[in-house]
Design a protein around this ligand. Structure first.
Ligand code: VAH
Length: 321
């Protein structure tokens, strides 16, 4: 049986993608790896195999791929934008070195398909900020964004030169109620939900009028699986499909939360992450993804807010928030 390898399987997206793949294919088909393993990594109905894996170790990546006869890789291990600016050297090593090691391992396995996330961070200040096109100028000013543009080019090279079927999506900011994000600029949006329920107030590290494209985790997971399921001939692009579901400002998010958490107070104290956000698009044109592989988001700001608060309140009542 060809198994599915997930790197970064215990991060914000990896945790939920691992669960979705276990549900879809059965736990025995899934190999979940991470640089650090959480206490409950090998929980009962989870992945059939859990291993510590540092993606900058080329031999270790190749060993896992061979030992488990991997047929598909979801490569999520990466350092995000804000932490990336605090440690750009490590960010380049992990984001680019890790992707290169995964692509080289996949190249050795006939038919091994690879998914990895690019990001809207691949765009920069010169990129049109409204309805950002699929193909446009890309001069990011963060090391994270540079690693995403370079990763898209590297992935296309491995497709055209070595026939590696590698696919990716430029994720907007991802909002989720499960495993918290870490080291991102869009993390403020997740933090605001938690703070609204646990503290009644929040101080955002971006301006009130800071608008960014966002996606709710169920749509993020659905997009990843849908792209990986797509027939190759239908794909006009490989690495870095634009997707969009909603764009909102920090103030608009606070107002939406306030509809369900009376008395919630949000204040704004922009820090260095504001300059990162200011270099990114405000909205995305995702017509190509909708045409090529049927991307269709299910959640908008209002729907996400209701679902997110319900999920967090359920955990709060269970004492796990
Ligand atoms: C970050 N959540 O904030 C990531 C994402 C578009 C933002 O790539 O770095």
């Amino acid at each position: 049986m060809k198994r599915i390898l997930i790197t970064g399987a215990f991060g914000q997206i990896g945790t939920e993608l691992t669960a979705a793949l276990c549900e879809r294919h059965g736990g025995d088909a899934v190999v979940a790896t991470g640089r650090h393993l959480p206490q409950d990594a090998a929980s009962g109905d989870g992945p059939g195999a859990v291993e510590r894996l540092d993606v900058i170790d080329a031999a270790a990546v190749a060993d896992v791929v061979h030992r488990y006869e991997i047929g598909a890789i979801y490569h999520l291990a990466a350092i995000l934008s804000a932490r990336g600016e605090r440690d750009p050297e490590t960010t380049w090593q992990i984001n680019m070195g890790g992707l290169r090691n995964v692509l080289n391992a996949a190249r050795q396995i006939s038919g091994c398909r690879v998914f990895w996330p690019s990001s809207i961070a691949a765009f920069g200040p010169e990129t049109p900020r409204e309805c950002t096109p699929q193909d446009t100028v890309m001069r990011p000013t963060t090391m994270y964004g540079i690693s995403k543009v370079a990763g898209e080019l590297l992935g296309d090279y491995y497709f055209h030169h070595y026939g590696v079927d590698v696919r990716g999506i430029r994720y907007p900011g991802v909002i989720s109620s499960g495993s918290p994000p870490g080291g991102g600029t869009t993390d403020y949006a997740v933090d605001m939900f938690y703070a609204a329920l646990t503290k009644g107030g929040y101080t955002a590290f971006v301006r009130e009028d800071c608008v960014l494209p966002m996606v709710y985790m169920p749509d993020c997971i659905a997009a990843s699986l849908k792209l990986m399921d797509a027939d190759l001939p239908a794909l006009s692009h490989h690495n870095g499909y634009n997707i969009a579901s909603m764009s909102f400002s920090a103030g608009e998010l606070a107002e939406e939360i306030k509809k369900h958490v009376p008395g919630f107070v949000c204040e704004y104290a922009p820090d260095e992450r504001q300059s990162i956000a200011d270099s990114w698009p405000r909205s995305i044109d995702d017509a190509i993804a909708r045409r090529d592989w049927g991307w269709q988001p299910q959640y908008d700001l209002a729907g996400m807010t209701v679902h997110m608060l319900n999920e967090l309140r359920r955990r709060q009542e269970a004492g796990s928030l």
